[in-house]
Design a protein around this ligand. Structure first.
Ligand code: GAP
Length: 516
């Protein structure tokens, strides 16, 4: 199965098993907006909890916040979003499709990198065990030629975007002979800037002064509250404020399912530090955030850091954490050193002092900020795309079958355990209900008595339930039940009185938090 086929199957699976639905589907949907179904919402809540606990419980100097989506319009002038939160767009005149010009160029660079990878594979086959990849990449003429082309285009693109030189951006597209993926033509319009913020009216519709924005990032709610929290919480530098909430961007290239949405959720943390100490904390948070990801156990090789080619208007250093999605390595989280840009801007635009009095140095200053910003929806997609597995299995009678199993880390799984009476009679449902009632206060459980046990297992494999408990006739005699493990499909018989203790050990969020 190709990665593209895998991704299509994953999207269909998300709908079939109540994870993600297209928004307003009965009206043919709303592009790049999605709803989370009964299993999706549980998974999303668990990811949220994992992030929240990692931030606010494991770090005594990080506290939470829940600021409003609507903010004073001047916030977005001060933050630079009104002036500079733009994407460079270009249209193909034949297909009438609109693209982000920088994404077209980045896709072109990725294709050149694929060419290098092909040269490496070819050489590997030719030279066998004696092949030295590092040496080959440094010395092979063809590879060096492609790499030089990529580097030159990247340098031109970064400069053109930095200078807002849109004719030059178009010229790069022409020079690279980039064609529209739909029409195959090079018939492009000029490149234009397009602001990504959604606006709406507050109060009287006719009054222009009341235009307000749906926040494009949650971070600004933290900046404008930083002194409130610092003073009321008696926080000393360095300290952090964490927030989870919706953000909105009028994305033009909205694609790859929930990877790029117009309404999405961010989990952001702003860490306020002494000026001059920001690079130390930047390195600290880069590593800490990577270990949060790795603790989920999805495979260390699936992650990498990527340094930004072009820094945002507020940053002096920025790295992405990228994950290997079915459509390639892509950003899931950003770690940014935002200097004192935002607080400085808000101080200037609001006319209110946003300085911190440092009792150790007896100085007043505007703190510097290191930010960690992760997309909740992207983390959801990352988990599902690495969890989705199609497997051939051999049954006890020797026949073969297939199953789709979501190998979600147990602590994050939407349903932790399913409780099945073997049959619908002989007092088994009553016994199963009793066990379920006892456990449901601690774990998200589901009771099922319809269909064969095999079918019930398949249904729960497909939503990633790590454990299924079956109550049979022996259970009535000696109070034992079987636990069936999702990943190994092994079964073990245990005393029902031990279930809480066994489950607690296997599905607790503590298992993840301890690894960070
Ligand atoms: N406060 C900094 C900030 O917003 P960003 O790199 O623009 O930085 C941070 O966004 C994270 O938010 C991204 O790494 C991504 O996971 C998520 N994100 C951004 N735009 C998104 C979109 N349109 N759909 C889904 N997630 C998005």
């Amino acid at each position: 199965m190709t990665q593209e086929e895998l991704f299509k199957k994953l999207i269909a699976h998300c709908k079939e098993y109540g994870f993600v639905f297209q928004s307003s589907e009965i009206y043919d949907g709303l592009s790049a907006v999605y709803d989370y179904g009964q299993n999706g919402v549980e998974l999303k809540n668990n990811i949220r909890q994992y992030w929240w606990d990692a931030m606010t419980r494991l770090n005594e100097n990080i506290v939470g916040l829940d600021s409003a989506i609507f903010m004073h319009p001047d916030v977005w002038v001060a933050s630079g979003h009104v002036g500079a939160f733009n994407d460079p767009l270009i249209d193909n005149k034949d297909s009438k499709k609109r693209y982000r010009a920088d994404v077209l160029i980045e896709d072109w660079m990725a294709k050149q990198e694929e060419k290098i990878a092909k040269e490496v594979t070819k050489a590997q086959k030719r030279f066998g065990d004696s092949f030295d990849e590092a040496m080959f990449v440094k010395t092979n003429g063809r590879v060096l030629e492609i790499q030089a082309k990529i580097d030159a285009v990247r340098t031109r693109m970064v400069k053109a975007l930095d200078d807002s030189d849109l004719p030059e951006v178009k010229k790069i597209i022409e020079d690279c002979e980039i064609v529209c993926p739909i029409s195959g033509s090079r018939n492009w319009t000029d490149v234009r800037q397009f602001n990504l913020m959604f606006d709406t009216k507050m109060g009287s519709v006719s009054d222009d002064a009341n235009t307000i924005y749906l926040r494009p990032e949650t971070a600004q709610g933290i900046f404008v509250n930083y002194l409130n929290v610092q003073k009321t919480g008696r926080m000393k530098l360095p300290f952090g404020i964490a927030q989870i909430g919706k953000a909105f961007r009028n994305e033009i290239v909205a694609r790859q399912f929930i990877f790029r949405m117009r309404e999405f959720e961010q989990m952001e943390m702003q860490f306020f530090v002494r000026p001059g100490e920001e690079m130390k904390w930047f390195e600290f948070w880069k590593e800490k955030r990577m270990s949060w990801h790795k603790a989920m156990g999805l495979g260390e090789e699936k992650y990498r850091f990527h340094e930004h080619d072009k820094l945002a208007h507020y940053a002096n250093a920025a790295f992405d954490i990228e994950f290997q999605f079915p459509f390639g390595f892509k950003e899931v989280e950003g770690i940014h050193s935002r200097t004192d840009f935002d607080l400085g801007q808000h101080q200037q635009h609001s006319g209110k002092k946003l300085q911190y009095f440092d009792p150790e140095t007896n100085e007043n200053y505007v703190p510097y900020v290191v930010e960690t910003s992760i997309g909740l929806d992207r983390t959801f997609l990352l988990l599902l795309s690495s969890a989705y597995n199609e497997e051939k299995i051999t049954k006890e009678d020797g026949s073969t079958d297939e199953r789709v199993v979501l190998r979600i880390p147990p602590a994050l799984a939407p349903v932790k355990l399913a409780v099945f009476p073997l049959t619908k009679k002989d007092g088994l449902p009553e016994k199963a209900r009793q066990i379920m009632d006892d456990l449901k206060i601690d774990f998200k459980c589901q009771y099922e008595e319809k269909d064969s046990i095999g079918k019930r297992y398949r249904r729960h494999d497909a939503i990633g339930t790590p454990f299924c408990i079956t109550i049979d006739h022996q259970s009535l005699e000696d109070n034992t039940v079987t636990i069936r493990h999702r990943d190994t499909m092994e079964q073990e018989r245990v005393d029902a009185s031990r279930l809480r203790e066994i489950m607690e050990e296997k599905v607790s969020m503590k298992n993840l938090l301890r690894k960070i």
